[in-house]
Design a protein around this ligand. Structure first.
Ligand code: ATP
Ligand code: MG
Length: 590
């Protein structure tokens, strides 16, 4: 399970930093993988490699994307590429007339009786067929993996999975070699200048908002921005190509992806701009950029005007849209082709808002009165709305809501309570025929609602057909209640007030005292058995922009009417308290 960073700690840590540069460096430290997380991913890759080698002799499992590109964030997905090239060659030669000779040679071991290769000819098999096979191996042979689903229709077809113990979500793709190159390119950029990472982390906006660009597109935009500073912070892809050195060019799917293997060949940048001013400049530059009227080219390090670009070979094929960012290697691919007009406008609006904030003193100067300043102010709801992808935000928001629920059950209501992360999809209570009661949905405050936190009435089940497992997030708690903590709370609250006991500002502290008083009145001691026990389960909402958290409560068998009472109490209590708890975390030090 990945480490959760509470929003309170985040705000606190950032507000204590000395200046915006320090805040941005801090942000990287707070979000990057711990050594433990890095090791865990490495172990998983080794495990996958071992299992897949059994079935696909000579194959390689290669991680790409944010696990290895230098922009890792706690709990980000694990992107894997299953390279079957060698397996294909091996199968082809094994099938040929000299097949037996290959087996005796240095080639991979295919003696395995149950070699899956006997069922399929990799040279002629379709992508969906290979994916199904990969999915079957994952389902049956990789321990601790669940929710396996082949998605053959995606632009880059993948098999999705979830690793139970770690809660990690992952993808295995079989024809995405270009992603290995662009992963390496992003890595190289992070090695080339140490300002790259803090700037990207800051723009991914850990405090959330609504979805605008996917992480890859946003990262490319930041790299492009750094290429276009004067003097440049990063070289263009064409300049990198010049420095590629001797040896064969790296051609992938017909695109030349040659560039130096490490940053030692690159001249250090002479640009001395601070992180604080680069961030402000990013907003300034893109607040006024004509995204629809040109194509952002990292290869050339400039925005190409449409008329001339359209005459080029790549230009004729690239899908133009409201936001045009050319992939650095696959030149006919617009990585932001799916951005619609509304999102493009919002992006620009966010940048202008960001630029405005960056001109204010609250951005540049640390508050001496403990108020939010710098990045914290920038990221508070609606200022600007997030530039990052929905998924990060949803994950972050869901984490906050779950932390609040744990705190409320354990510390405020004094239940005994064991957390369990990411239960398997197939083991939902309803699917086992048990009763399941969604009690409420809590919604993130959106700026258009004036920052208020809406609690809407339950909607129907959240899981819709075709919903990708990557959108899944779930957490459950096995709970036991030992005292009648739900009964007579109002009376106790009144008594406390009457007795003149100090009134803490925070609602949850009052509620904690109320629970303690009820427990005292019942004589403190616990019975041998709890009054009631149940499982609570929280899941994220269904749609891309859906930030609702749905809570389900399942009583353990034979709980009787007490459970109903407790459930009705929770129905009013939890949403209100989650709202206060998370709302407070969001606006701490306002
Ligand atoms: P995160 O998973 O944290 O959101 P990521 O960079 O891993 O960040 P994914 O969406 O998982 O993003 O994509 C994995 C990798 O696939 C990217 O790093 C990039 O190499 C490649 N990729 C993703 N989207 C695109 C795209 N639109 N065009 C080309 N390559 C892409
Ligand atoms: Mg990823």
């Amino acid at each position: 399970q990945h480490e959760q960073l509470s929003p309170e700690k985040l705000v606190q840590a950032l507000c204590q930093a000395d200046d915006v540069d320090a805040q941005m460096l801090q942000l990287v430290q707070l979000f990057e993988f711990s050594e433990r997380e890095r090791r865990l991913r490495h172990l998983l890759v080794t495990l996958f490699q071992e299992v897949f080698s059994e079935f696909f002799p000579g194959c390689a499992i290669l991680p790409f994307g944010s696990s290895v590109n230098g922009f890792d964030i706690h709990g980000c997905d694990l992107d894997l590429f299953l390279d079957l090239e060698k397996t294909k060659t091996f199968q082809a030669s094994a099938k040929g007339p000299q097949g037996s000779q290959v087996n005796e040679g240095a080639g991979p071991d295919s003696d395995s009786e149950d070699s899956i290769l006997s069922d399929i000819d990799l040279a002629t098999a379709t992508v969906p067929e290979v994916l199904e096979l990969v999915a079957a191996v994952l389902r049956k042979c990789v321990p601790g993996v669940h929710s396996v689903q082949a998605v053959p229709s995606a632009r880059r077809p993948v098999v999705k999975f979830c690793h139970k113990d770690s809660g990690l979500l992952g993808d295995i793709s079989i024809n995405n070699r270009l992603a290995l190159c662009n992963t390496r390119f992003l890595q190289l950029c992070t090695e080339a200048d140490e300002r790259v990472r803090p700037l990207v982390y800051a723009l991914r906006n850990p405090f959330g908002g609504g979805p605008l660009l996917n992480n890859y597109a946003l990262t490319l935009l930041v790299l492009f921005f750094l290429q276009t500073r004067s003097p440049p912070v990063l070289p263009t892809v064409a300049q990198l190509w010049e420095l590629k050195g001797e040896g064969d060019p790296t051609i992938v799917d017909g695109w030349d992806c040659s560039f130096p293997q490490d940053a030692s060949r690159l001249e250090p940048s002479t640009n001395t701009e601070s992180l604080c001013s680069l961030l402000a400049e990013f907003f300034h530059v893109f607040g006024d950029h004509d995204f629809a009227g040109c194509v952002i080219s990292l290869r050339e390090g400039r925005a190409l005007p449409l008329p001339s670009f359209l005459l080029s070979e790549a230009g004729a094929k690239l899908k133009l849209g409201h936001f045009n960012v050319q992939d650095p290697f696959e030149l006919s691919h617009n990585v932001a082709a799916n951005v619609n007009e509304k999102t493009a406008v919002r992006f620009q609006h966010c940048c202008r808002h960001g630029a405005k904030h960056c001109r204010s003193l609250q951005y540049q100067r640390k508050s001496s009165k403990g108020k939010a300043w710098g990045l914290v102010r920038l990221f508070q709801p609606g200022v600007p709305e997030q530039l990052c992808q929905a998924r990060d935000f949803r994950r972050c928001w869901f984490g906050k809501v779950c932390a609040a629920i744990t705190f409320l059950l354990k510390d405020v209501l004094k239940c005994s309570c064991t957390e369990r992360a990411g239960e398997p999809l197939g083991q939902r209570p309803t699917e086992q025929g048990e009763e399941e009661q969604p009690i409420t949905e809590s919604k993130h405050p959106r700026s258009e609602e004036g920052g208020s936190f809406a609690v809407s009435p339950p909607r129907k089940r959240l899981r819709t057909e075709g919903q990708a497992p990557e959108e899944e997030g779930s957490m459950s708690w096995a709970c036991a209640v030992w005292h009648h903590v739900w009964m007579g709370r109002r009376r106790v609250r009144r008594q406390l007030r009457h007795l003149g006991s100090p009134q803490p500002d925070e609602a949850q502290e009052v509620e904690e005292k109320v629970t303690e008083a009820i427990i005292q009145q019942e004589g403190d001691s616990r019975g041998a058995e709890p009054l009631l026990s149940f499982t609570a389960c929280a899941r994220v909402g269904g749609g891309q922009e859906d930030t609702r958290t749905l809570l389900y409560f399942t009583p353990d068998p034979q709980q009787g009417p007490l459970f109903q009472d407790f459930y009705h109490f929770l129905q009013g209590f939890l949403p209100r308290m989650v709202e206060r708890y998370v709302g407070r975390a969001m606006s701490l030090s306002e």
